[in-house]
Ligand binder design. Structure first.
Ligand code: PMP
Length: 405
């Protein structure tokens, strides 16, 4: 079969693949615990449901403008004002099919073939693949001190003649760290000085713990959005636990949004009006649920850290946001792909290998599920790896005996 070399070189989304694997195992009646998942368990906010349902029952389900329905864009402008203190025009906003499509569309819009995009490791798995899909080249910057915070000197060193953009995701998937103010300030300053785009993926910006605040890029410029190189991506997926609604957006200079809109008009035409209506309902409805979701996840984070403490060899950087952490399992196995497979086979726990995020020897654990998932999942991992743990455990109603360590 003759297929595109480029398309064939694109890796499958490991998290989507793991979701499918977990679903199949569950279907077979296996007591799988999914610590790989990137979505909270809450039901969609009632205002989102009512607003989407009202649109559906009106029967008026047609194309919308390619850049989004005006009333949703208005809600996004309001959100930008309330959360960032920044006023933008409707021409600075485009609604996309999830934040993921925003990232794709932005990169498609700004890159020429072989242009480079700096991606900071550990990174969200999709960034390098999307860069490649639009004929760009990812330039990965990895912290050498074993931390999850890149050093500005390394970022500067990675900038070359072909560098077009830097992607920053803080709070960070997969590590849960929030980049310090000085780093965001230095990145904004460098991007402006060198004429490089800064793509801030703010999808987790409200999901931060212990009274912290994720420094927004706007804080470090006196230019307004129109004259800046700042592009901010957001969406309803993590904010309201509305992952399946597939609504995200981008805030950027008008010319960029104009081209993104042309691209989108040829690609998807627009996001479904039903889902746009639902997103608008979420954004204009009661916001207290964002805080209660945040508190639930913060509690899960605390439980996760508590449970991980029981491991002698596992080192963990306490997450300051998101619903992920990225413990270092090298004391048990340096090969994260083999380790994740082992844990799935022996303990029926889904984890995501750090290798997928550009950081070998670690596993990404999600605490977006229930406290029970977290405690039982980590207890099973400990049973499978740690010789100091009891060598018997119940998995579902099966008594399992460890005979390998
Ligand atoms: N950016 C990051 C960092 C993410 O973790 C995710 C989802 N896993 C996305 C973007 C995609 O969000 P959406 O579901 O809105 O496409």
């Amino acid at each position: 079969m003759s297929l595109s070399h480029l398309a064939q070189s694109i890796a499958t989304s490991p998290t989507m693949a793991l979701n499918e694997q977990a679903r199949l195992l569950r279907e077979r009646g296996e007591a799988v615990i999914h610590l790989g998942i990137g979505e909270p368990k809450n039901k969609a906010p009632i205002n989102a449901i009512l607003s989407g349902a009202a649109r559906l029952s009106s029967g008026d389900v047609k194309y919308s403008p390619a850049d989004g329905i005006p009333s949703l864009k208005k809600a996004i402008i309001r959100y930008t004002e309330d959360n960032y203190g920044v006023t933008v025009a409707p021409e600075n906003v485009i609604v996309t099919s999830g934040a993921k499509q925003s990232v794709f569309n932005i990169l498609y819009t700004i890159l020429n073939p072989q242009d480079e995009v700096i991606v900071l490791a550990p990174y969200w798995v999709s960034y390098p693949e999307i860069v490649k899909m639009v004929f760009g080249t990812p330039a990965i910057v990895t912290p050498e001190d074993g931390s999850f915070i890149p050093r500005m000197a390394d970022v500067e060193r990675a900038i070359g003649r072909n560098t077009k953009a830097i992607i920053v995701n803080s709070p960070n998937n997969p590590s849960g760290v929030v980049y310090p103010e000085e780093l965001i300030a230095a990145i904004v300053e460098t991007c402006e000085r060198k004429g490089i785009y800064l793509i801030m993926d703010d999808i987790y910006h409200k999901l931060v713990f212990d009274g912290r605040h994720a420094p927004p890029c706007y804080q470090f410029t006196d230019k307004d959005v129109e004259d800046s190189r700042l592009i901010v991506v957001n969406g309803v997926a993590k904010l309201y636990g509305m992952t399946g609604f597939r609504v995200g957006w981008t805030i950027a200079p008008r010319r960029l949004v104009e081209i993104m809109t042309n691209v989108q008009s040829q690609m998807t035409s627009c996001v479904s009006v039903l889902l746009q209506a639902a997103a608008e309902g979420a954004l204009t409805g009661m916001q207290s649920l964002v805080e209660s979701l945040r508190l639930t996840i913060q509690n899960n984070r605390d439980v996760t850290l508590q449970e991980l403490k029981a491991f002698d060899g596992v080192r963990v950087t306490p997450p300051e946001g998101t619903f992920y952490c990225l413990p270092d399992f090298r004391a048990y196995n340096g090969d994260s792909v083999a380790l994740a497979k082992f844990l799935l086979d022996r303990a029926l726990v889904v984890t995501v290998p750090g290798k997928e995020f550009g950081i070998e020897g670690h596993l990404r654990l999600s605490y977006a599920g229930t406290v029970k998932d977290v405690t039982e999942g980590i207890a099973r991992i400990r049973w499978a790896l740690d010789p100091n743990s009891p060598n018997e455990i119940y998995i579902g109603d099966r008594r399992m005996v460890r005979d390998w360590v």
